[in-house]
Design a protein around this ligand. Structure first.
Ligand code: HEM
Length: 128
C-alpha cells in the first residue's frame, strides 16, 4: 500500500521526479530547456513552495503562474497537447509514488489549474 503525501519531503520527491520526466519528454522537455531556458535549481525550489502551499496551505507561494505562462505562450505557442501531456506525466508520477486524499488533491489541483491556464491562453478557451 502506497503512502499519502504527508510532508514537505514528499512534495520534493514528487516535484523532482515529475520534472525529471518532463525534461526527458520529447514534447515538453524542449519547451523548458530550449525555449524557457529554465534555471532548474531556482524553478524546483519555487515548485516545492508552490505544491507545499497548494496541498498544505503553508503560505510558501504567492506568485502568479498565469502571467508567466501567458508570457511563455507569447514566445512559444502552447497547445492543448502540451497541457494533456503535462497532466498525464503529473498524474503518472503522483500515482507511482503516492495514494490517498492528498495525492488525489494534487491531481485535482493540477487539472483545474491547467484548465484555468488553458482557458486564458488558448483561443476561446477551446481545449483543442
Ligand atoms: C503546457 C503545460 C505547461 C508548460 C509547458 C509549463 C511551463 C512552465 C515554464 C517554462 C515555467 C517557467 C520556469 C522558469 O523559468 O523558472 C513554468 C513555471 C510555473 N508553472 Fe508551468 N507549465 C505548464 C503547466 C503548468 C500547470 C498545469 C501548472 C499548475 C499546476 C503550472 C505551474 C507553474 C508554476 C507555479 C510556475 C512557477 C511560477 C513562478 O515562478 O512563480 N504549470 N511553467
Amino acid at each position: 500500500m502506497k503512502k499519502d503525501i504527508k510532508t514537505r519531503r514528499d512534495i520534493e520527491l514528487l516535484v523532482d521526479r515529475f520534472y525529471k520526466n518532463v525534461r526527458a519528454d520529447h514534447l515538453l522537455g524542449p519547451v523548458f530547456d530550449d525555449i524557457a531556458k529554465v534555471n532548474w535549481e531556482k524553478h524546483l525550489r519555487v515548485m516545492y513552495d508552490f505544491w507545499d502551499n497548494t496541498i498544505f496551505f503553508s503560505g510558501t507561494y504567492s506568485g502568479n503562474p498565469m502571467h508567466l505562462h501567458q508570457h511563455l505562450h507569447e514566445r512559444f505557442s502552447l497547445n492543448s497537447t502540451h497541457f494533456e501531456r503535462w497532466n498525464e506525466l503529473f498524474d503518472a508520477v503522483v500515482d507511482e509514488l503516492y495514494s490517498g486524499t492528498n495525492a488525489l488533491l494534487a491531481k485535482q489541483r493540477a487539472a483545474s489549474i491547467a484548465a484555468v491556464i488553458k482557458s486564458k491562453i488558448l483561443p476561446n478557451g477551446k481545449s483543442r
